[in-house]
Design a protein around this ligand. Structure first.
Ligand code: GUN
Length: 720
């Protein structure tokens, strides 16, 4: 029975399509933004588009009908408890007879838990490890859960070690019994111990059944932390577990369902949530919002809108009968939950999930403390599991993104900005030759300040007059996120910082300047700070020579900083280069030796290769990348060359004519591959097959077996 009247215009969604048999249980990454990812988990009852929340449905209560969740809120999957069904005769019998989808009247994905949580709450459960998996299989569940051992935060290390070991020892038989059709959750226990969480992630990730390993890894034992708002420990556990969990398995935060936590949990790599909070809070007259919880008793007006509350006042809702009120608030809570998840997915799509997490961190002191603690982990180089996840999170973040970058007190700690600054520090070099054809070290640094972007309009004349005065000057721009070589003036985010005009007239702190100069290897040089004055008379011949030289610096520096090409190789490739300019006077096509090799990307300042450019870059590196699992025994270098992906032979005819590289066909990839940046696709001899944009990073490519790995721009084996 539906308790809530359906709007006349609500469409009734068709039932989902089952996945292809060979895709059952596969997880695909469609888009990533650092550790955050948009994914698809393929099941017999359709796809779970992640990040998403599985609302908890108590089969005895059903505050909102599962069918209504599907129809009205687009809920693709829910979670219920197989132990509750097992214990109640009526549910047990009907579930086994008609299947769990009929029992709940839900056409989408049904996940079940195993009774572990009941054992945590009530002390024990009567069901056995094998019996509960068999039962879930017989119910026709999509994703079941093995009976894990709940590790409480107050347990000693020894007790937690036992919980982890016992859970791991139950895994092989559970997977074996699950067989072909039942996908299984492999919970990661480990209490508050990051090393035990990492061990659990590794060992549970390695267990194989006859058909497959675990489909999903929930992080268990965290409900007591969330109840006490111990968010710092919660996120420490997430980072530690994520250091070893295979990236082709979604990560589920067991029992986490408050919208306040979604953006940060997603930014740190969570794919699935589940919670009964929408119904439990409602019974308690509490309304969820993305920034916290409101008590109905305190409200005169709604500070948040939802279709459930629309047209009613808080006083009217207070006056309702208890049951009706609970159902209404549960609808509000579910609606808000779904809306916040949509907001998060959109943020991942647009490269803004960290900014959203940063905003939300201000909504709760405990969340803010956790956020600042994670930032500390990002900037420290801890070697433990938390440090590994933090470093990976930065290295897998595309440093370039279009659109505005909001200025905030935390801006410089956003992972993509940390990544860009570290690339700048390791890969940028001052020019080896100057516009007047002289060579040698720079003799001066000139910092241009006091003007906003676009600097090609506000500062170019000052750059030119500075270089006429002193050709061997390195010109840097002062920005709220540090000093930037003028050659990278159109690289977003630097050129797209959203801030008040006054920000640009503030002068950088001397200590910050000294630090930035040291990072760029420019310490020890005389420094001059300059505010551009009026445009002076200029000599057109000199101006044109300087502009050509600046254009070449731009290409060499972008290839070096963003694509790992050594400046020496960059100079060779751009020898005698000619560029075409747009009507707005921006460089658009770069030709060298009569070949169009590069198109600078106007929207974000990155580089787009042409096939001829890809061929030239591939010639710089004769060794193909190592296959996954092979040990690199060479020396780490600052400029490892453009990142490459090694393709399986049977995919060459397809990718060579322009088809995308699919996961499962990748044999190896350079570790410095960055999702969203250009890469080359090569065969086992190192010959170019195609070039394109990486969708995932090297570690993902080693594990994933579904979805696009490289979006190919052009095949190298096409007939002309
Ligand atoms: N629900 C909330 N926490 C847990 C947990 O640790 N294990 C299981 N199986 N279910 C949970």
């Amino acid at each position: 029975m539906t308790n809530w009247p359906r709007n006349a215009f609500v469409s009734i969604r068709p039932d989902p399509n089952p996945c292809r048999p060979q895709d059952l249980g596969k997880f695909e990454i469609v888009k990533s933004d650092g550790a955050a990812r948009l994914g698809k988990l393929h099941t017999k009852h359709g796809v779970l588009n992640t990040p998403m929340l599985l609302p908890v449905v108590n089969p005895n209560i059903r505050t909102i009908e599962p069918r209504e969740m599907w129809d009205r809120y687009g809920v693709e999957g829910l979670i219920t408890n197989s132990y509750v069904i097992w214990k109640h005769d009526r549910l047990h019998e009907s579930g086994l007879k008609d299947g769990v989808h009929a029992l709940l009247d839900f056409p989408g994905v049904i996940v079940t838990d195993s009774g572990t949580f009941q054992s945590y709450v009530y002390g024990d459960v009567e069901v056995g490890v094998e019996e509960i998996v068999e039962f879930q299989k017989n119910l026709g569940v999509d994703v079941g859960t093995m009976l894990d051992v709940f590790g409480r935060p107050d347990m000693t290390r020894e007790q937690i070690e036992n919980a982890v070991e016992e859970t791991i020892s139950r895994a092989p038989i559970s997977l074996k019994l699950a067989g072909e059709k039942l996908l299984l959750n492999g919970p990661i226990q480990g209490g508050l111990y990051p090393d035990l969480r990492a061990i659990a992630g590794e060992k549970m990730g390695q267990v194989e059944g006859d058909v497959r390993g675990f489909a999903v890894h929930p992080i268990g034992g965290i409900v007591p932390l969330m109840e006490r708002q111990r968010y710092r420990e919660l996120f420490e556990i997430l980072l530690a577990a994520r250091s070893t969990i295979p990236p082709n398995r979604p990560i589920h935060l067991f029992g986490c369902g408050h919208p306040l936590l979604f953006p940060f949990a997603i930014a740190l790599g969570t794919d699935l949530f589940d919670s009964a909070a929408y119904a439990l809070f409602a019974r308690d007259n509490r309304l969820m919002t993305p920034t916290g919880t409101l008590k109905l008793a305190d409200l005169s007006e709604w500070p948040i809108s939802s279709s459930a509350l629309f047209g009613k006042t808080p006083a009217e809702v207070r006056a309702m009968g208890e049951k009706e009120r609970g159902v209404l608030i549960a609808h509000h809570n579910l609606e808000i939950t779904q809306a916040e998840l949509a907001r998060c997915r959109e943020a991942v799509r647009n490269g803004k999930i960290w900014q959203l997490a940063e905003q939300r961190s201000h909504a709760s002191p405990q969340l803010r403390e956790a956020f600042l603690w994670v930032i500390d982990q990002l900037i420290s180089s801890d070697e433990g599991p938390v440090g590994i996840s933090s470093l990976r999170g930065i290295a897998s973040t595309n440093p370039i993104r279009h659109g505005g970058e909001n200025l905030s007190e935390d801006i410089e700690f956003r992972p993509h900005i940390l990544h860009l600054k570290s690339l700048l520090a390791t890969r940028w070099r001052s020019p080896g030759s100057w516009w007047d054809s002289s060579t040698g070290e720079p003799v001066r640094v000139v910092i241009i300040e006091g003007v906003p972007p676009p600097w090609r309009e506000t500062a170019l004349h000052s750059v030119i007059s500075t270089l006429i005065e002193e050709p061997k000057a390195v010109i840097l721009l002062s920005t709220p996120i540090g000093l930037l070589p003028y050659s990278l003036e159109d690289v977003s985010p630097w050129c797209h910082i959203d801030c008040s005009d006054d920000t640009w007239s503030e002068f950088s702190d001397v200590d910050d300047i000294i630090d930035d100069l040291a990072e760029l290897g420019l310490d020890g040089l005389p420094v001059e700070r300059r505010v551009p004055g009026p445009v002076p008379e200029s000599n057109p011949v000199q101006t044109s020579e300087i502009r050509n030289w600046l254009d070449r610096c731009t290409i060499v520096d972008k290839l070096s900083v963003l694509n790992g090409i050594s400046p020496i190789d960059g100079c060779k490739i751009t020898e005698g280069m000619v560029s075409r300019r747009s009507r707005t006077d921006r460089m658009i096509n770069v030709h060298s030796n009569d070949e169009h090799i590069i198109s600078p990307r106007l929207m974000d300042g990155a580089i787009s290769l042409t096939l001829a450019g890809a061929r030239r870059l591939n010639m710089l590196n004769s060794q193909p990348p190592l296959e996954f699992g092979e040990e690199f025994d060479g020396e780490e270098v600052d400029h490892p060359g453009i990142a490459r992906v090694l393709l399986r032979d049977d995919a060459i005819p397809f990718v060579g004519v322009g088809r995308n590289v699919m996961h499962g066909y990748v044999l190896g990839a350079d570790p410095h591959l960055i999702p969203g940046q250009p890469c080359l696709v090569v065969d086992s001899e190192g010959n170019l097959v195609a070039h394109g944009i990486a969708v995932t990073g090297a570690r993902d490519m080693a594990f994933l077996s579904k979805g696009i790995a490289v979006r190919v721009r052009d095949g190298a084996l096409k007939e002309d």
